[in-house]
Design a protein around this ligand. Sequence first.
Ligand code: C2E
Ligand code: MG
Ligand code: MG
Ligand code: MG
Length: 291
Amino acid sequence: RAKTLGKACYQVFDTAMHQHAQTQLRLETDLRRAIERQEFLVNYQPIISLTTLEITGFEALVRWHHPQRGLVSPGQFIPIAEETSLIVPIGLWVLKESCQQLVTWQQMLGGETVPTLKMSVNLSVKQFSQPDLIDRIDQFLEQMELQGHLLTLEITESALMDNPEAASQVLTALRDRNIQLAIDDFGTGYSSLSYLHRFPVDILKVDRSFINRIEDQDNGLRIVEATLAMAHSLGMQVVAEGVETQAQALQLQQLGCEYAQGYLFSKPLAAETAAGVLAQPPAFSDLLSRR
Ligand code: C2E
Ligand code: MG
Ligand code: MG
Ligand code: MG
């Protein structure tokens, strides 16, 4: 009896696996055509200074508008894009698109003032190990007459740790161009801050899972506190990811965290919506006033 049950279970499992594999395969085929069919778009999530409560920049987040499936989340297609290396052309497209957007917004905000609005773009491990990455970035910056210091590249800890030698070279090249480097999802990898210090890291983005637990007075709070202290002593600035509540934001402000990003302030926005927000900035100070 157990044997038949086992077999039935196996078949159910097998069918599910098979369906999953087929879906992945179909997505992969579709992904290959998605660039030329212009199915990607970029959403922009504001990054807010906890000191001035102004928008200091945006993070570019790619979206795939699939003709049949509708919006496919990056969580679903980025892993496939990584595996197939399609992330390389997709990532370059995102980089170009978001840099162009930044230049447009700088012009909209008035060319007279010193441009300070920044753009933060995610780089995948695969992209990071492309030998022509720096050449492409140089091309974009030159074409768009964009200053390097207005661009931040976000990479995960594992991108650094997988190949520290290659990483070191790329990072030096980025530093030469004044491009900022941010470590994304900090705390979810296995690196230590002291190891990170060997690389020219400017910004630490503390993962949402830690910000979530900041109201836990014992562990949660202490971990964020310790991370901030170490980051600051190593000369890095800190962005808190996934800030969803006023209590979290107030706590982070009190701890001296420089920047915050999260649904409390804004979800990722379509480009036109983000432009509207820039033209008429919301009063984020209302969100943080103690009552
Ligand atoms: P990430 O770089 O850590 O981006 C932050 C993610 O958290 C985004 O998810 C954003 O929508 C979400 N988020 C922001 N604030 C909140 C909040 O308050 N609460 C919650 N629950 N979530 C929040 P998204 O856009 O789905 O992107 C997921 C991941 O996909 C990104 O994580 C990044 O690793 C990757 N990704 C997105 N765009 C690109 C890209 O252009 N290139 C590469 N290589 N990866 C990308
Ligand atoms: Mg990111
Ligand atoms: Mg992140
Ligand atoms: Mg994250």
